[in-house]
Design a protein around this ligand. Structure first.
Ligand SMILES: Cc1cc2nc3c(=O)[nH]c(=O)nc-3n(C[C@H](O)[C@H](O)[C@H](O)COP(=O)(O)O)c2cc1C
Length: 244
């Protein structure tokens, strides 16, 4: 990735564990709970509903950040619906696949991953969302959520959520056009996506909480991306709200 002030800003505003050490990566890699063997298994997602759901204003009124979740699985249909609402394809024009969320220059630098813990018909693991085919590609097996919670400054609710979305950005998809300014656009794109997902969750009776406080390179290590090219920017914990 070519150095520019945007990339420098992104890098210099990362949260680092003090004292920072590459040992953190090793610790994550050595976790026995996770088979870090990269997989490339495809999981078809049920077709999303594109027409119904709760009325928009009622959903906007009901959305709150939820940090207490029931230990109860979410259906694969609900995950599918949330992914489509977040960043799914809503319009095709030739080779262009427009999404539910706007994106500067329609360059879609953001990628969405799912760290699934408790989703029906889906093994715990890390999955990459493929919007064009509305499917998931499994990257890793195992429940990443305790490690994700640890990487997110020990925010334990991530380990209680049924699944967490992990948003990353592939910088070069947008730097070629917007240079350093693209970093503004990347963060704005991510905000649209997370809000779409949060509203879809409400529409399904689920709750969510956005999370931007995390040790960036620990999340990058969990997802298995090279931070010089692709880096985590935002998380969303999703599950059944606990009302006690
Ligand atoms: C960019 C961003 C980052 C956030 N990061 C966190 C976080 O790391 N942990 C957390 O518990 N909440 C986080 N939140 C949620 C906010 O605390 C929450 O949106 C705010 O308190 C307003 O409450 P509401 O979402 O219920 O309207 C974040 C929200 C945004 C927009």
């Amino acid at each position: 990735m070519k150095q520019n002030i945007g990339y420098q800003f992104h890098t210099e505003t990362k949260y680092l564990r003090e004292p920072y050490s590459a040992g953190a990566f090793e610790r994550l890699r050595n976790q026995e709970t996770i088979k870090r063997r990269p997989l490339d298994r495809t999981v078809a997602l049920p077709p999303p509903d594109r027409k119904n759901g709760f009325p928009l204003y009622a959903v906007l009124n009901a959305r709150r950040s939820v940090r207490e979740f029931e230990d109860r699985p979410v259906s694969l249909e609900a995950l599918s619906q949330i992914l489509w609402a977040a960043y799914g394809v809503s319009f095709r024009a030739g080779d262009f696949l427009f999404r539910t969320a706007p994106s500067a220059g329609a360059l879609y630098p953001v990628e969405v991953y799912v760290a699934a813990r408790s989703v029906e018909k889906l093994n715990p693991g890390l999955y990459h969302f493929a919007p064009a085919s509305h499917s998931l590609r499994q990257r890793y097996e195992g429940d990443l959520s305790p490690l994700l919670a640890e990487a997110a400054l020990d925010q334990d609710f991530l380990a209680e959520a049924s699944f967490n979305l992990i948003l990353t950005a592939v910088f070069e998809r947008t730097t070629w056009k917007y240079g350093a300014r693209c970093f503004r656009y990347i963060y704005l794109d991510a905000g649209h996506i997370v809000q779409n997902a949060a509203l879809a969750a409400v529409s399904l009776g689920l709750g969510s909480c956005p999370v931007a406080a995390f040790f960036d390179d620990e999340v990058n290590a969990l997802v298995g991306v090279n931070p010089a090219r692709e880096s985590a920017i935002y998380l969303l914990a999703v599950g059944w709200p606990r009302n006690d």
